[in-house]
Design a protein around this ligand. Structure first.
Ligand code: PMP
Length: 441
């Protein structure tokens, strides 16, 4: 990459980049220009192993011809059609296909365009459900500290990452469970940590405080992703499920990251054996190549809302691009790839190698925890004195120079490679990371 891209380089001025230190980035931009299979190519021509599936989304790998062809065909057949009071066949076809892999009972699908929209949609469905059943006072929402549910005001409010919330007002009537993060008891756990199921019991405290009759839903990520990959303690999700059931509260799993194979089953709820009432997805839904999200809903929840007088609109909610035909075409093509290549089972098969390779970095400098589940992983580093996040950022930059894309959230290095990764590529990934960790102060 050329060294003369100064802060004010005109080519970089206009795009205000999301979740980015814009001035720092524009002084030394990092550009990806092509992608194929497990690899990006950077602007300087270097091959970069994709350790993050782009942004947790390109689960089937890059440059899949089947998806490109399906998208091109759809663009020339039906490029757009409204989905308010109108329909199109491929929307129904895709929803139906999704129910084939959905957790048992979650067989109604509402389409959105992103994870953030899926979350806000799910929260609104929960409120609409209670109101339809004569419990319109159930409007409070419970999220979790360190949770990430996108950047809409709903998702922001139930989320629990302080930096994301700091400058903004959030919804009233929202409270948070404690995070399951617990290095003292769980550092270097392999797979699900053994300690922490009892943290679900904090929900009883919140119910006592607010009254069950005021609470619409609890929303958690089965594996917290943006917080730095926190797999759920053994028994934790089942305990949340049991408490929600006892109090008539809907349980929402945000599977925007964990959906579509990431933890070794189509959805984390299947891998962990706990079924929510509503499930939010995006990212791997279309392999990330066309923006789309989908909210899966238990049939009884759907049916409660979709009742009432004949001819009346039941749910005043939706997006211009809900069920966009081109996104549906991409999604159908990627579902076919997932099935044909049996990618979800492949994750379960290769996860032990992934776990062993990651934990092989335990003795590397600065490492204070390593976490893994399915094909997700995190390496947590000690923050440098007075400069939290600096070490993580240096690893990101160093890894890229060495030909590996990772994600840094603070001083945690998060990993989520495409589900097609080979053993040799796993070794290459951890080899590069080990070298980078050894070289930073
Ligand atoms: N929920 C979770 C669990 C996520 O990880 C993300 C994105 N990383 C979102 C919601 C928001 O998705 P989007 O960026 O597509 O709005």
């Amino acid at each position: 990459m050329s060294a003369d891209f100064g802060d004010n380089h005109p080519d970089f001025a206009a795009w205000w980049m999301p979740f980015t230190a814009n001035r720092q980035f524009k002084a030394d931009p990092r550009l990806l220009t092509e992608a194929s299979g497990m690899y990006y190519r950077a602007a300087d021509g270097q091959e970069v192993l994709d350790g993050t599936s782009g942004l947790w989304c390109v689960n089937a790998g890059h440059g899949r011809a089947e998806i490109a062809e399906a998208v091109a065909r759809q663009l020339m057949t039906l490029d757009f059609a409204p989905s308010f009071q109108m329909g199109h066949p491929i929307g129904f076809e895709f929803a139906q296909a999704l129910t084939q892999i959905a957790p048992a009972g979650l067989d109604r699908v509402f389409f959105t365009n992103s994870g953030s929209e899926s979350v806000d949609t799910a929260l609104k469905i929960a409120m609409a459900y209670h109101r339809a059943r004569g419990e319109g006072q159930r409007v409070k929402l419970i999220g979790r500290e360190k949770g990430y549910h996108g950047v809409g005001f709903g998702g922001l409010s139930v989320g629990g990452l302080v930096n994301n919330r700091r400058s903004f007002v959030t919804l009233p009537g929202v409270d948070h469970l404690p995070s399951t993060y617990d290095l003292a008891r769980n550092a270097f756990s392999r797979g699900l940590p053994l300690h922490g199921a009892e943290r679900a019991d904090a929900l009883e405290g919140l119910i006592a405080l607010h009254g069950a009759e005021t609470i619409a839903a609890v929303i958690v990520e089965p594996v917290a992703g943006s917080a730095g990959v926190l797999p759920p303690p053994v028994g934790y999700l089942a305990r949340l499920r049991e408490i929600c059931d006892r109090h008539g509260i809907l349980l929402i799993f945000d599977e925007v990251i964990t959906g579509f194979g990431r933890v070794g089953a189509a959805f984390a709820s299947q891998a962990f054996g706990v079924t929510p009432d509503i499930m939010t997805t995006a990212k791997g839904l279309t392999n990330g190549v066309i923006p789309m999200g989908a909210v899966f809903v238990r049939r009884a929840v759907h049916d409660a809302v979709v009742q009432g007088p004949e001819g009346a609109i039941e749910f005043f909610h939706g997006y211009t691009y809900s069920g966009h035909p081109v996104a549906c075409a991409a999604g159908l093509a990627v579902l076919e790839i997932y099935a044909r290549e049996d990618l979800f089972a492949r994750v379960a098969a290769i996860a032990p190698l992934w776990e062993a390779a990651l934990h092989g970095l335990r003795a590397a400098p600065h490492v204070i925890d390593i976490r893994n589940v399915g094909l997700m992983g995190a390496i947590e580093l000690t923050p440098r004195d007075g400069a939290p996040g600096a070490r993580g950022y240096e690893v990101l930059v160093g890894a890229l120079k060495a030909g590996l894309l990772v994600r840094a959230t603070g001083d945690t290095i998060a990993l989520s490679p495409p589900l097609i990764i080979s053993q040799a590529e796993i070794d290459k990934l951890t080899g590069i990371l080990g070298g980078v960790l050894a070289g930073i102060a």
